[in-house]
Design a protein around this ligand. Structure first.
Ligand code: 5GP
Ligand code: ZN
Length: 114
């Protein structure tokens, strides 16, 4: 998608502070971190929201979790704690309409989230 910020990061058109990359998945540090570790994990394929997923996307969405597991280990937060968040649509807080998972770690978190 030509006007999508995260597609542009995938294509190298906008610089991302990349922490993990595979054939299907990219992960980079959030530009406005909400925790000491705040990483965005995305499929390279453009999918706008969870609502836009098809059955064919189940594999790549599973790969986001596999990437999260690897990244958590690399960030040395696996044994401590981390939170994975996916926002869907505006009221939940979604501002970038390319599906993504947030990884937040290294601070105490509250529940329910605000
Ligand atoms: P959302 O609010 O859509 O769930 O999450 C979007 C996230 O993308 C936000 O946490 C925001 O800080 C981050 N973000 C927005 N623009 C950029 C950017 O240009 N580069 C990076 N690395 N993160 C961004
Ligand atoms: Zn996109």
């Amino acid at each position: 998608m030509s006007d999508c910020l995260f597609c542009k990061i995938c294509e190298g058109e906008i610089q991302g502070d990349i922490v993990f990359e595979s054939d299907d998945v990219l992960a980079f540090n959030d530009v406005n971190p909400q925790a000491p570790v705040h990483i965005i994990i995305i499929p390279k394929k453009h999918i706008s929201t969870v609502n836009d997923m098809t059955d064919a996307d189940e594999l790549v969405m599973g790969k986001l979790f596999s990437a999260a597991k690897i990244i958590a280990s690399q960030q040395e937060v696996s044994e401590d704690s981390y939170r994975l968040v996916v926002n869907c649509n505006q009221k939940s807080g979604q501002t970038v309409f390319h599906i993504h998972m947030h990884m937040l770690a290294n601070r105490n978190m509250t529940w329910p989230p605000g």
